[in-house]
Design a protein around this ligand. Structure first.
Ligand code: PLP
Length: 389
């Protein structure tokens, strides 16, 4: 896509947007591939519109990079991925039900089965089904309990129109709140051994997503299904695999749409934190309607003309006030940077996540569709040599 305003006139009127660095996604994918080697498949988890980065474009990038398959939850994401990737397998994580059977057939989707009731509801439709059986190793969410896994496999294989292509789990990675990764995987190991001995092990066994991929290389198995890691939302600093991961969400920007110094004729000033009579306020064309949380940390600021301007709460649906008293050159139409760099200063994703009282995935997935996505220029890793074209 060309983002020049002349090629794309609507950008001229845009008051706010996010910038997605698609090259980071390709590069993160290659880092993961390099770490796990060629024999483990990568199911790219593109749920929540590819963690806010746009499922269709991300699927195209990953197809070009050699992804093996995709995982999504919603039909909307499945449609976007199928359009971009006509032939790759798409695994539906638990979410859709038998009413979607027409789309499951037309889009050639693989469904997840989490229990006998779940299977029975799909069987009542009478259509052929490609399934992955999902097992719950301690997340206490979707998935069959390990003790019922073998029976569920038996029931699946007793139906000739059901093909079990895989067996997978999503590990709980909530730290102290659940069992360790080792304990969780140990709940599956004896069943895998049993199924293998009987020659009934499905072709794809998969348990690792971002955190365990970084921390437990021994659990790569046949496939892994990372999400956050592909988008640079999980940092790889302390794990056993240290990967050169970059965030795909590279900037959030908004223009100054109004500027003013207070005046008595507007009545008493509202209860604005830090208010003083000479305060110069700028209003940005972004608000909680675009996905900014309504309550921010007290240190939240943006960059205007390479300087920090504090956010002056409360935040409104379409607008956000900042204090530009110390930036007299701030002008209407200026770009303010909520995430990203302005000159030498930079607001990083971890810093923004802290100000927004969330984590990096919370920022990326919390942005709304109304916050337009544009392609960021890839970050240059080497300075361009002058005079060579
Ligand atoms: C979200 C999700 C993933 C990806 O998890 P990350 O921690 O983002 O890597 C993988 N599998 C399932 C079933 C999921 O719901």
């Amino acid at each position: 896509m060309n983002n020049s305003p002349l090629q794309n006139p609507s950008l001229l009127c845009e008051t706010t947007w996010r910038e997605i660095d698609l090259s980071a996604i390709g590069s993160n994918f290659r880092a993961i591939r390099g770490a796990i080697g060629p024999n483990t498949k990568i199911f790219a988890c593109l749920k929540q519109d590819a963690y806010g980065c746009g499922a269709g474009k991300v699927a195209s990038i990953l197809c070009a990079a050699g992804v093996d398959a995709f995982g999504v939850v919603s039909i909307a994401d499945a449609l976007a991925v199928r359009k971009a990737a006509p032939r790759k397998p798409i695994l539906m994580y638990p979410g859709i039900g038998p009413s979607a059977v027409g789309l499951v057939r037309d889009l050639d989707l693989t469904i997840s089965i989490s229990g006998e009731e779940d299977l029975a509801s799909w069987l009542s439709i009478g259509a052929p089904l490609k399934v992955f059986v999902k097992v719950d190793l301690g997340f206490w969410r979707a998935g069959v309990a390990p003790s019922n896994l073998r029976r569920l496999m038996d029931v699946c294989t007793s139906h000739s129109n059901v093909t079990v292509d895989g067996l997978y789990a999503h590990l709980s990675e909530l730290g102290d709140a659940g069992s360790s990764t080792l304990t969780q995987v140990a709940r599956l190991t004896p069943h895998l051994a049993g199924l293998k001995a009987e020659g009934r092990l499905p072709a794809t066994v998969m348990v690792s997503s971002s955190e365990s991929l970084l921390n437990h290389p021994e659990f790569d198995m046949d496939a892994v299904d990372p999400g956050a890691l592909l988008f640079g939302l999980t940092r790889s600093r302390t794990g056993r695999r240290i990967l050169p991961i970059r965030p795909a969400l590279s900037a959030i920007k908004a223009r100054i749409v109004a500027l003013k110094t207070g005046h008595d004729s507007m009545g008493a000033p509202p209860d604005l934190p830090g208010y003083h009579p000479d305060m110069r306020l700028a209003v940005l064309g972004i608000g909680w309607g675009h996905g900014i949380p309504r309550r921010l940390g007290s240190s939240a600021s943006v960059l205007v003309r390479e300087r920090r301007a504090p956010i002056v709460p409360p935040i409104h649906l379409e607008h956000l006030r900042i204090d530009v008293t110390d930036i007299p050159e701030a002008a209407l139409g200026d770009e303010a940077v909520l995430l990203g760099s302005s000159g030498a200063d930079r607001i990083t994703l971890p810093e923004l996540a802290e100000a927004w009282n969330t984590d990096e995935t919370g920022v990326s997935c919390g942005l709304r569709e109304s916050l337009r996505r544009i392609d960021a220029a890839p970050i240059e890793t080497e300075p361009r040599r002058r005079g060579i074209t």
